[in-house]
Design a protein around this ligand. Structure first.
Ligand SMILES: Nc1nc2c(ncn2[C@@H]2O[C@H](COP(=O)(O)OP(=O)(O)OP(=O)(O)O)[C@@H](O)[C@H]2O)c(=O)[nH]1
Ligand SMILES: [Mg+2]
Length: 298
Protein backbone atom coordinates (compact mmCIF):
# COMPACT_ATOMS: atom_id res chain seq x y z
CA UNK A 1 0.00 0.00 0.00
CA UNK A 2 2.86 2.37 0.72
CA UNK A 3 4.93 1.14 -2.17
CA UNK A 4 4.69 4.31 -4.19
CA UNK A 5 5.82 6.45 -1.30
CA UNK A 6 8.62 4.07 -0.37
CA UNK A 7 9.99 4.19 -3.93
CA UNK A 8 9.81 7.95 -4.02
CA UNK A 9 11.67 8.37 -0.76
CA UNK A 10 14.27 5.91 -1.84
CA UNK A 11 14.99 7.91 -5.00
CA UNK A 12 15.28 11.11 -3.01
CA UNK A 13 17.71 9.50 -0.59
CA UNK A 14 19.78 8.03 -3.40
CA UNK A 15 20.30 11.42 -4.91
CA UNK A 16 21.19 12.87 -1.48
CA UNK A 17 23.78 10.16 -0.92
CA UNK A 18 25.25 10.79 -4.34
CA UNK A 19 26.15 14.31 -3.30
CA UNK A 20 28.80 13.71 -0.65
CA UNK A 21 28.82 17.10 1.07
CA UNK A 22 25.45 18.72 1.58
CA UNK A 23 24.50 22.37 1.51
CA UNK A 24 21.41 23.92 2.98
CA UNK A 25 20.05 24.17 -0.56
CA UNK A 26 20.50 20.44 -1.07
CA UNK A 27 18.46 19.76 2.05
CA UNK A 28 15.78 22.24 1.02
CA UNK A 29 15.55 20.64 -2.40
CA UNK A 30 15.29 17.16 -0.91
CA UNK A 31 12.60 18.34 1.51
CA UNK A 32 10.58 19.82 -1.34
CA UNK A 33 10.66 16.39 -2.95
CA UNK A 34 9.75 14.64 0.29
CA UNK A 35 6.85 17.05 0.64
CA UNK A 36 5.57 16.27 -2.86
CA UNK A 37 5.94 12.53 -2.26
CA UNK A 38 3.91 12.71 0.95
CA UNK A 39 1.22 14.89 -0.59
CA UNK A 40 0.91 12.57 -3.54
CA UNK A 41 0.57 9.68 -1.10
CA UNK A 42 -2.47 11.52 0.23
CA UNK A 43 -1.00 12.65 3.53
CA UNK A 44 -2.87 15.63 4.94
CA UNK A 45 -1.41 18.99 3.96
CA UNK A 46 -0.94 20.30 7.48
CA UNK A 47 0.66 17.07 8.61
CA UNK A 48 3.11 17.29 5.71
CA UNK A 49 3.91 20.89 6.45
CA UNK A 50 4.71 20.20 10.09
CA UNK A 51 6.65 17.09 9.19
CA UNK A 52 8.87 18.82 6.65
CA UNK A 53 9.44 21.79 8.95
CA UNK A 54 10.53 19.46 11.72
CA UNK A 55 12.90 17.49 9.51
CA UNK A 56 14.36 20.68 8.07
CA UNK A 57 14.93 22.21 11.48
CA UNK A 58 16.86 19.15 12.58
CA UNK A 59 18.77 18.71 9.31
CA UNK A 60 20.04 22.17 8.57
CA UNK A 61 22.11 22.51 11.73
CA UNK A 62 25.85 22.75 11.10
CA UNK A 63 26.51 19.67 13.19
CA UNK A 64 24.62 17.66 10.59
CA UNK A 65 25.90 19.43 7.47
CA UNK A 66 29.51 19.39 8.64
CA UNK A 67 29.42 15.79 9.75
CA UNK A 68 31.25 13.01 7.93
CA UNK A 69 28.09 11.51 6.47
CA UNK A 70 25.53 14.30 6.19
CA UNK A 71 23.25 12.45 3.78
CA UNK A 72 23.05 9.48 6.12
CA UNK A 73 22.16 11.78 8.97
CA UNK A 74 19.44 13.56 7.05
CA UNK A 75 17.99 10.23 5.98
CA UNK A 76 18.05 9.05 9.57
CA UNK A 77 16.22 12.19 10.66
CA UNK A 78 13.50 11.58 8.06
CA UNK A 79 13.18 8.00 9.23
CA UNK A 80 13.02 8.99 12.91
CA UNK A 81 10.34 11.55 12.21
CA UNK A 82 8.33 9.06 10.17
CA UNK A 83 8.56 6.61 13.03
CA UNK A 84 7.33 9.30 15.38
CA UNK A 85 4.51 10.12 12.98
CA UNK A 86 3.32 6.54 12.88
CA UNK A 87 3.64 6.07 16.61
CA UNK A 88 5.32 2.69 16.66
CA UNK A 89 3.70 -0.70 16.82
CA UNK A 90 0.59 -0.81 18.94
CA UNK A 91 -1.65 -3.48 17.55
CA UNK A 92 -2.57 -4.71 20.98
CA UNK A 93 -6.08 -4.77 22.31
CA UNK A 94 -6.27 -3.86 25.98
CA UNK A 95 -7.61 -6.94 27.69
CA UNK A 96 -9.43 -6.11 30.88
CA UNK A 97 -8.31 -7.87 34.05
CA UNK A 98 -12.01 -8.18 34.88
CA UNK A 99 -13.82 -9.92 32.02
CA UNK A 100 -15.52 -9.35 29.75
CA UNK A 101 -13.32 -7.03 27.74
CA UNK A 102 -15.65 -4.74 25.81
CA UNK A 103 -14.78 -3.49 22.36
CA UNK A 104 -17.00 -1.02 20.56
CA UNK A 105 -16.59 -0.47 16.83
CA UNK A 106 -17.67 2.88 15.44
CA UNK A 107 -17.44 4.59 12.08
CA UNK A 108 -19.27 5.90 9.06
CA UNK A 109 -21.53 3.87 6.81
CA UNK A 110 -19.75 1.23 4.81
CA UNK A 111 -16.41 1.73 6.56
CA UNK A 112 -16.26 -1.95 7.40
CA UNK A 113 -17.47 -2.11 11.03
CA UNK A 114 -19.54 -5.25 10.76
CA UNK A 115 -16.95 -7.13 8.72
CA UNK A 116 -14.23 -5.99 11.11
CA UNK A 117 -16.28 -7.20 14.09
CA UNK A 118 -16.17 -10.67 12.57
CA UNK A 119 -12.48 -10.39 11.73
CA UNK A 120 -11.59 -9.26 15.25
CA UNK A 121 -13.65 -12.04 16.77
CA UNK A 122 -11.75 -14.53 14.66
CA UNK A 123 -8.34 -13.07 15.40
CA UNK A 124 -8.89 -12.77 19.13
CA UNK A 125 -10.48 -16.20 19.45
CA UNK A 126 -7.24 -17.58 18.00
CA UNK A 127 -5.58 -15.91 20.98
CA UNK A 128 -7.84 -17.80 23.34
CA UNK A 129 -10.71 -15.30 23.78
CA UNK A 130 -14.36 -16.27 23.72
CA UNK A 131 -16.13 -13.51 21.81
CA UNK A 132 -19.75 -12.50 21.84
CA UNK A 133 -20.76 -10.45 18.80
CA UNK A 134 -23.39 -7.82 19.49
CA UNK A 135 -25.78 -6.45 16.86
CA UNK A 136 -26.00 -2.81 17.84
CA UNK A 137 -27.02 -1.47 14.43
CA UNK A 138 -30.81 -1.33 14.65
CA UNK A 139 -31.45 0.93 11.69
CA UNK A 140 -30.48 -1.15 8.71
CA UNK A 141 -32.65 -4.29 8.82
CA UNK A 142 -30.02 -6.34 7.01
CA UNK A 143 -27.34 -5.38 9.54
CA UNK A 144 -28.44 -7.89 12.15
CA UNK A 145 -28.65 -10.64 9.57
CA UNK A 146 -25.18 -9.73 8.27
CA UNK A 147 -23.69 -10.18 11.72
CA UNK A 148 -25.60 -13.41 12.26
CA UNK A 149 -24.20 -14.82 9.04
CA UNK A 150 -20.70 -13.93 10.21
CA UNK A 151 -21.44 -15.55 13.57
CA UNK A 152 -22.53 -18.74 11.83
CA UNK A 153 -19.38 -18.83 9.71
CA UNK A 154 -17.27 -18.32 12.81
CA UNK A 155 -19.40 -20.58 14.98
CA UNK A 156 -19.70 -17.81 17.50
CA UNK A 157 -22.74 -16.47 19.32
CA UNK A 158 -24.39 -13.25 18.16
CA UNK A 159 -26.44 -11.24 20.62
CA UNK A 160 -29.43 -9.44 19.13
CA UNK A 161 -32.55 -7.75 20.47
CA UNK A 162 -34.02 -6.63 17.17
CA UNK A 163 -34.77 -2.92 17.02
CA UNK A 164 -34.49 -2.40 20.78
CA UNK A 165 -32.63 0.70 22.01
CA UNK A 166 -28.89 0.25 21.29
CA UNK A 167 -27.96 1.22 24.85
CA UNK A 168 -30.25 -1.48 26.18
CA UNK A 169 -28.80 -3.95 23.69
CA UNK A 170 -25.25 -3.15 24.77
CA UNK A 171 -25.93 -3.43 28.51
CA UNK A 172 -27.93 -6.63 28.08
CA UNK A 173 -25.18 -8.10 25.93
CA UNK A 174 -22.62 -7.51 28.65
CA UNK A 175 -24.91 -9.22 31.19
CA UNK A 176 -25.37 -12.06 28.76
CA UNK A 177 -21.60 -12.43 28.35
CA UNK A 178 -21.25 -12.58 32.11
CA UNK A 179 -23.81 -15.35 32.37
CA UNK A 180 -22.51 -17.37 29.46
CA UNK A 181 -18.82 -17.07 30.16
CA UNK A 182 -17.89 -15.04 27.10
CA UNK A 183 -14.85 -12.95 27.99
CA UNK A 184 -14.92 -10.60 24.99
CA UNK A 185 -17.85 -8.48 23.85
CA UNK A 186 -17.59 -6.91 20.41
CA UNK A 187 -20.28 -4.34 19.75
CA UNK A 188 -21.12 -3.51 16.15
CA UNK A 189 -22.78 -0.10 15.87
CA UNK A 190 -24.74 1.75 13.23
CA UNK A 191 -23.07 3.96 10.67
CA UNK A 192 -24.27 7.11 8.98
CA UNK A 193 -23.41 8.61 5.65
CA UNK A 194 -22.06 11.70 7.39
CA UNK A 195 -21.20 12.55 10.94
CA UNK A 196 -24.28 13.75 12.76
CA UNK A 197 -25.26 14.63 16.30
CA UNK A 198 -27.82 11.90 16.60
CA UNK A 199 -25.28 9.20 15.85
CA UNK A 200 -22.68 10.73 18.15
CA UNK A 201 -25.20 10.96 20.98
CA UNK A 202 -26.19 7.37 20.54
CA UNK A 203 -22.58 6.22 20.56
CA UNK A 204 -21.76 8.41 23.55
CA UNK A 205 -24.71 6.86 25.41
CA UNK A 206 -23.52 3.35 24.67
CA UNK A 207 -20.08 4.39 25.83
CA UNK A 208 -21.28 5.77 29.14
CA UNK A 209 -23.50 2.79 29.85
CA UNK A 210 -21.06 -0.05 29.17
CA UNK A 211 -17.71 1.76 29.46
CA UNK A 212 -15.91 -0.11 26.69
CA UNK A 213 -12.23 -0.90 27.19
CA UNK A 214 -11.59 -0.14 23.57
CA UNK A 215 -13.48 2.22 21.28
CA UNK A 216 -12.05 1.59 17.85
CA UNK A 217 -12.80 3.76 14.87
CA UNK A 218 -13.11 1.85 11.62
CA UNK A 219 -11.94 4.03 8.75
CA UNK A 220 -12.11 3.28 5.05
CA UNK A 221 -8.65 4.09 3.70
CA UNK A 222 -10.17 4.81 0.30
CA UNK A 223 -11.87 7.92 1.68
CA UNK A 224 -8.49 9.65 1.66
CA UNK A 225 -8.46 13.10 3.22
CA UNK A 226 -12.02 12.87 4.48
CA UNK A 227 -10.78 10.16 6.83
CA UNK A 228 -8.87 12.82 8.76
CA UNK A 229 -11.96 14.92 9.53
CA UNK A 230 -13.96 11.87 10.41
CA UNK A 231 -11.31 10.57 12.79
CA UNK A 232 -10.87 13.96 14.39
CA UNK A 233 -14.59 14.34 15.08
CA UNK A 234 -15.09 10.83 16.42
CA UNK A 235 -12.07 11.26 18.63
CA UNK A 236 -13.31 14.53 20.06
CA UNK A 237 -16.77 13.16 20.75
CA UNK A 238 -15.91 9.70 21.98
CA UNK A 239 -12.24 9.59 22.90
CA UNK A 240 -10.90 6.82 20.68
CA UNK A 241 -8.49 4.12 21.82
CA UNK A 242 -7.39 3.17 18.37
CA UNK A 243 -8.11 3.06 14.69
CA UNK A 244 -8.60 0.26 12.23
CA UNK A 245 -7.92 1.22 8.61
CA UNK A 246 -9.86 -0.96 6.20
CA UNK A 247 -9.56 -1.57 2.48
CA UNK A 248 -5.81 -1.13 2.48
CA UNK A 249 -5.81 -4.00 -0.01
CA UNK A 250 -7.32 -1.60 -2.55
CA UNK A 251 -5.47 1.20 -4.26
CA UNK A 252 -5.66 3.62 -1.34
CA UNK A 253 -2.46 5.60 -1.25
CA UNK A 254 -1.95 5.02 2.45
CA UNK A 255 -1.28 8.63 3.35
CA UNK A 256 -4.61 8.84 5.16
CA UNK A 257 -3.21 6.40 7.71
CA UNK A 258 -0.32 8.70 8.50
CA UNK A 259 -2.57 11.72 8.74
CA UNK A 260 -5.19 10.06 10.90
CA UNK A 261 -2.58 8.83 13.31
CA UNK A 262 -1.07 12.31 13.60
CA UNK A 263 -4.31 14.24 13.91
CA UNK A 264 -5.90 12.01 16.55
CA UNK A 265 -2.79 10.81 18.35
CA UNK A 266 -4.46 7.38 18.34
CA UNK A 267 -2.56 4.30 17.26
CA UNK A 268 -3.64 2.49 14.13
CA UNK A 269 -4.06 -0.96 15.57
CA UNK A 270 -5.10 -3.06 12.60
CA UNK A 271 -5.27 -2.97 8.84
CA UNK A 272 -8.16 -4.54 6.93
CA UNK A 273 -6.67 -6.21 3.88
CA UNK A 274 -9.69 -7.76 2.19
CA UNK A 275 -13.26 -8.92 2.54
CA UNK A 276 -12.44 -12.33 3.99
CA UNK A 277 -12.60 -12.95 7.72
CA UNK A 278 -8.90 -13.57 8.11
CA UNK A 279 -7.92 -10.39 6.26
CA UNK A 280 -7.10 -8.37 9.35
CA UNK A 281 -3.48 -7.68 10.15
CA UNK A 282 -1.70 -5.85 12.91
CA UNK A 283 -0.64 -2.47 11.60
CA UNK A 284 3.07 -2.47 12.16
CA UNK A 285 5.75 0.00 11.43
CA UNK A 286 7.84 -2.52 9.56
CA UNK A 287 5.28 -2.59 6.77
CA UNK A 288 5.99 0.98 6.09
CA UNK A 289 7.44 1.87 3.67
CA UNK A 290 8.61 -1.62 2.97
CA UNK A 291 11.59 -1.09 0.66
CA UNK A 292 12.83 1.76 2.76
CA UNK A 293 13.35 -0.22 5.97
CA UNK A 294 14.26 -3.46 4.28
CA UNK A 295 17.15 -2.08 2.29
CA UNK A 296 18.73 -0.29 5.21
CA UNK A 297 18.98 2.96 3.38
CA UNK A 298 20.28 4.92 6.32
N1 LIG B 1 -11.55 -4.89 0.04
C1 LIG B 1 -11.98 -4.76 1.29
N2 LIG B 1 -13.29 -4.68 1.52
C2 LIG B 1 -13.70 -4.55 2.80
C3 LIG B 1 -12.78 -4.47 3.89
N3 LIG B 1 -13.48 -4.34 5.02
C4 LIG B 1 -14.79 -4.31 4.66
N4 LIG B 1 -14.92 -4.44 3.33
C5 LIG B 1 -16.16 -4.43 2.53
O1 LIG B 1 -16.79 -3.18 2.68
C6 LIG B 1 -18.20 -3.33 2.59
C7 LIG B 1 -18.85 -2.67 3.81
O2 LIG B 1 -18.48 -3.41 4.96
P1 LIG B 1 -19.38 -3.46 6.26
O3 LIG B 1 -18.63 -4.29 7.24
O4 LIG B 1 -20.76 -3.89 5.94
O5 LIG B 1 -19.36 -1.94 6.67
P2 LIG B 1 -20.13 -1.23 7.87
O6 LIG B 1 -19.24 -0.18 8.40
O7 LIG B 1 -20.62 -2.24 8.83
O8 LIG B 1 -21.35 -0.55 7.09
P3 LIG B 1 -22.75 -0.03 7.70
O9 LIG B 1 -23.24 -1.09 8.62
O10 LIG B 1 -23.62 0.17 6.50
O11 LIG B 1 -22.47 1.26 8.40
C8 LIG B 1 -18.46 -4.81 2.49
O12 LIG B 1 -18.69 -5.13 1.14
C9 LIG B 1 -17.17 -5.43 2.99
O13 LIG B 1 -16.93 -6.70 2.44
C10 LIG B 1 -11.36 -4.55 3.60
O14 LIG B 1 -10.48 -4.48 4.46
N5 LIG B 1 -11.03 -4.69 2.28
MG1 LIG C 1 -22.49 -2.60 9.60
Amino acid sequence: MFKGLGDRLEDIFKSLKGKGRLTEDDVNQAMREVKMALLEADVNFKVVKDFVAQVKARSIGQDVLDSLSPAQQVIKIVKDELTELLGGTQAKINISSKPPTIIMLVGLQGAGKTTTAGKLAKLLSKQGRRPLLVAGDIYRPAAIKQLQVLGEQLKMPVFTMGQEDPVKIATSAVENANHTGRDLVIIDTAGRLHINEELMDELANIKSSVKPHEILLVVDAMTGQEAVNVADTFNQKLGLDGIIMTKLDGDARGGAALSVRKVTGCPIKFAGMGEKLDALEPFTLTEWPIEFWAWGMY
